[in-house]
Write a protein that binds this ligand. Structure first.
Ligand code: C2O
Ligand code: CU
Length: 494
């Protein structure tokens, strides 16, 4: 495992370098990649840093830990011994200095998902830093420039699916807010210690040759009922458990509040292979942000979140105890929490009617007028054709599997359009590191996001202001697709 990983890091690094240097891609005079150690990366960070910015110091330990799943002791991998890890909170403009001690038996890194981070702190082994060996440590230090709901996780193998994830909340003291209380809600799909290990699942997916259908006798591998909202299959893995803040439905966590209070939910989908449909019994949810950034608020009955997506929602609470249900979309099973302002006890299989009501899909929200990129024609477009899953265990972007990927060159200052074309029968939550993009809804701008669901056979364009130099991963946030190669690099070049 370790051997394999290390070899793969090296190949990845080599491929990234060679790919850019060797390609012509419309850029003349031998473009050279702007690497994580480039002057431009430090200069971009210097522009973000305010003089005298406070430094927030934290220590994180990644280590095996015993967690309790409704009375069942399971050895997970965790940050600071809990799943999810502790919520990190910083204020916008602060410098986060996070020391990571690796007490895992494998190399690891931390990726700060959604943060417009300096490239050498992005946590991609072999691309932006060497992997941190077992027993090693690394200090991440970067300015945090945007408020919102984020999370962090390793960028190595299937470690995320062993419990290594935690919320990162960036507060803006100047934000009006308009709520009395807030709750961070982290959703996950869980198998370790209950079903096969993530590595066993990956082996089975590989052996299966990517065929999603008719997989009789494959145990956990199955497509579930499918999902119109996802345009087809909900996924390839039927997880034995779905967790809300680390708890299975038999032991739901409780969020306490008072009747009449306005609650801000910060919902994070940290799952490896599951999209969730979230609803709160007896209430409607007003979505105010997605992927940390504000949207034109929309009130809906339920929210749909792909892996890596986040949503903030406001709700005015009634008197009682209400099920907060996250249905595994297109699969069977759910995660459960309870929001309690009074008496009552929702059952573990609570199925509030709101789940079948008006669904807010994140990519279809309206942009916040303040957050809209200035109108401009793209200087450059890249098509990303997403395929795989039928005949081959590999998942590809433009026919190539990472690390044998073709990087997508850009130059600093350009407006870049990425056009995702899903040619497969599964949805892909596509994520870009180090930037937020603006989803294009036909000719109108949609929300700013960093992760967006692309449905089967859908074509979806997003615009990026290329203002953060470096080498940035673009990949599917289905961890098993990412591991099977569905990843490439948005590569700044000189
Ligand atoms: Cu959460 Cu490369 O991603
Ligand atoms: Cu995918």
């Amino acid at each position: 495992m370790q051997q394999w990983s290390r070899r793969r890091f090296l190949t990845a690094a080599a491929a990234a370098t060679l790919g850019v240097a060797g390609g012509s891609c419309g850029i003349t005079s031998r473009p050279r990649p702007v690497g994580p150690a480039a002057r431009e990366v430090a200069a971009a960070e210097a522009r973000r840093r305010r003089p005298g910015a406070p430094v927030r110091e934290v220590t994180l330990t990644a280590a095996p830990a015993t967690i309790d799943l409704a009375g069942r002791a399971v050895t997970a991998w965790a940050y600071n011994h809990t799943v999810p890890g502790p919520v990190l909170r910083v204020r916008v403009g602060e410098v986060l200095r996070a020391r990571l001690d690796n007490r895992l038996p494998e190399p690891t890194t931390i990726h700060w998902h959604g943060i417009v981070v300096r490239n050498d702190m992005d946590g991609v082994p072999g691309i932006t830093q060497p992997p941190i060996p077992p027993g090693g440590r690394f200090v991440y230090e970067f300015t945090v420039s945007y408020a919102g709901t984020y999370f962090f996780h390793p960028h190595v193998g299937l470690q995320l699916d062993r419990g290594l994830y935690a919320a990162l909340v960036v507060d803006d003291p100047a934000e009006p807010g308009g709520y009395d209380q807030e709750a961070v809600v982290v959703l996950d799909d869980w198998t370790l210690g209950v079903g096969p290990t993530p590595e066993q699942l990956q082996d089975r997916l590989m052996a299966q040759g990517g065929m999603m259908r008719g997989n009789m006798g494959m145990g956990m591998l199955g497509q579930g009922g499918g999902s119109p909202a996802l345009g087809g299959s909900g996924g390839q893995i039927a997880y034995p458990l779905y967790l809300l803040n680390g708890h299975p439905p038999a032991d739901p966590p409780t969020i306490h509040a008072k009747p009449g209070q306005r609650l801000r939910l910060r919902v994070i989908n940290a799952a490896a292979e599951t999209a969730f449909r979230l609803a709160l019994g007896g209430h409607r949810l007003t979505v105010t942000h997605t992927d940390g950034l504000p949207v034109t608020p929309v009130t809906a009955d339920a929210l749909l979140l792909g892996m890596g997506e986040r949503a903030d929602a406001l709700v005015r609470l009634h008197d009682g105890a209400f099920p907060l249900v996250a249905l595994a979309e297109g699969k069977s099973g759910q995660a459960l929490g309870v929001i309690r302002t009074g008496q009552g006890a929702p059952p573990a299989d609570a199925h509030p009617g709101e789940l079948g009501g008006r669904l807010a899909a994140m990519a279809e929200l309206g942009p916040d007028p303040q957050g809209t990129l200035p109108t401009a024609q793209p200087d450059r477009s890249h098509q990303l054709l997403l395929s795989g899953g039928m005949m081959s265990p590999q998942w590809t972007i433009n026919g190539r599997s990472f690390p044998d990927a073709e990087p997508l060159p850009v130059r600093a200052g350009e407006r870049v359009r990425l056009v995702f074309g899903n040619q497969s029968m599964m949805f892909h939550p596509m994520h870009l590191h180090g930037h937020s993009f603006q989803v294009q809804q036909g000719t109108r701008p949609g929300p700013r996001k960093d992760t967006v669901i692309v449905r089967p056979m859908q074509q979806l364009a997003v615009d990026v202001a290329a203002d953060n130099p470096g080498q940035w991963m673009v990949h599917c946030h289905n961890l098993y697709h990412q591991e099977a190669g569905m990843m490439t690099t948005l590569s700044y070049v000189h």
